[in-house]
Write a protein that binds this ligand. Structure first.
Ligand code: HEM
Length: 407
């Protein structure tokens, strides 16, 4: 293959597109035009950030090779990881933590929560339909995903709001630690309050022999398989990893129905199509745009040499649109074969919460098909995208739809 130039962000970005940003400030909520350009013109795109160069991989094969090779593409971008967040560890630390956490994510462990998720989702959609629509992020997806993850961890309903606040603050605290950036300290105080709350919750869950994820982590702690610090931080990580991501996927399910309303009646007539729909939303409008890795040796990708220690972002959402892997990849098509899509990652870090996230989105999809007649994006409110310090998730912060009841 011919040597491709290691594209620099300033020099080579085409005029018709806004420059691609290393840290998304919300202007790139819909980055698929950029991704298309990158796959064709700069499959290995080097961008300069304030602190270092960042390399973006956008083609399916390159992302796949990298995500499947954790020895060469390390997850310990910050070493040692500042908090016990599974995604930040390489083997052997990762192997141990994952083995401990895994049993509580098995589909069977999630089954008992399905009825409760459905009950909550039904109440939320009925309220939304009753007022003719609204912001599906605020009025549906956030309350559903927070209630679900709280039930999975087994913390009381009335604490959901403060958990959401603490969780967002803990995420920015972590981002600051990872960048070694100064801060006001309020995010640190919130993170400490969150950890203290979770410690107390786990004491209680241990005594009551709770069969939740929180109860499981508590037992691992009390049996000495995890330290107290690890148990608290792992629990916090599950909360953080489990709600923002799902919020966006659920909201994107509404969006795809609003953009292709014929799918509502199609799925109403054939509920089996609901699963295909969910899988295609995860491919076409996934939540986690990119995951970070660091090269442990000099290596060559698509003819471009990456130095040892290069910070690499694997663009999962671009890989998922690559027509070399998924024919006509920029088209939403629930009849396609989505196997191999990277919406939930792959390799040793493949998402543990995938069954839960899919279950929530599937329940939502079936409810829309069953209860909604017409659905459209509300022209009075353009889609607003998540902005801020979040390096990985991208999707709507607000998404207004108009809805009418079926029958
Ligand atoms: C890891 C996506 C929901 C727990 C990951 C990774 C991705 C991902 C891409 C891999 C990260 C990497 O390779 O660095 C998503 C999406 C979700 C979702 C798109 C929703 C639509 C959830 C939920 C939970 C969860 C609901 C928990 C209940 C985890 C955990 C890991 C992980 C524990 C770490 C696995 C490891 O490092 O071994 N997720 N996730 N996720 N996810 Fe999810």
């Amino acid at each position: 293959m011919a040597e491709l130039p290691p594209y620099s962000h300033e020099m080579n970005w085409p005029q018709e597109l806004q420059p691609f940003k290393v840290v998304d400030d919300g202007s790139q909520g819909d980055p698929y035009e950029h991704y298309r350009w990158m796959r064709e013109n700069a499959p290995v795109l080097r961008c300069q950030s304030a602190t270092s160069d960042v390399w973006f991989l956008s083609r399916y094969d390159d992302v796949w090779q990298a995500i499947r090779n954790p020895k060469l593409f390390s997850s310990e971008v910050v070493s040692p990881p500042p908090l016990t967040f599974l995604t930040l560890f390489d083997a052997p630390g990762h192997t141990r933590l994952r083995k401990v956490a895994q049993p509580s994510f098995m589909p069977l462990a999630i089954e008992p929560f399905a009825a409760e998720i459905e009950r909550r989702a039904e109440a939320l959609i009925d309220a939304l339909i009753a007022k003719g629509g609204g912001d599906v992020v605020e009025d549906f997806a956030i309350p559903l995903s927070i209630a679900t993850i709280s039930a999975m961890i087994d913390v009381p309903d009335e604490d959901e709001e403060k958990m959401k606040f603490w969780s967002d603050e803990t995420f920015s605290y972590f981002g600051r630690l990872a960048r070694n950036a100064p801060g006001t300290g309020t995010d640190e105080q919130s993170a400490m309050a969150f950890f203290a709350y979770l410690k107390e919750a786990m004491e209680r869950l241990y005594l009551s022999n709770s069969q939740s994820i929180g109860g499981h982590i508590a037992r691992m702690w009390k049996e000495g398989l995890l330290s107290e610090k690890e148990a608290k931080e792992l629990c916090a990580f599950v909360f953080i990893a489990g709600h923002d991501t799902t919020t966006i996927l659920v909201a994107n399910a509404f969006r795809m129905f609003a953009e292709q309303p014929h799918l509502v009646s199609r799925i109403r007539q054939n509920e089996a199509d609901a699963e295909r729909f969910v899988e295609e939303v995860a491919r076409y409008r996934g939540t986690v745009q990119r995951v970070s890795r660091m090269t442990t040796e000099e290596t060559t990708v698509a003819g471009v040499t990456l130095p040892k220690g290069a910070v690499v972002r694997l663009l999962l959402s671009s890989a998922n649109r690559d027509s070399r892997k998924f024919a006509d990849g920029d088209t939403f098509n629930i009849d396609r074969d989505t196997s191999g899509h990277l919406g939930f990652g792959n390799g040793i870090h493949k998402c543990l919460g995938q069954p839960l996230a899919k279950l929530e989105t599937l329940i939502t999809t079936r409810l829309i098909a069953r209860k909604v007649a017409d659905i459209a994006l509300d022209p009075a409110h353009p889609v607003e995208y998540v902005r801020g310090n979040n390096l990985t998730n991208s999707g709507p912060a607000h998404l207004y739809v108009q809805l009418s009841r079926f029958k």
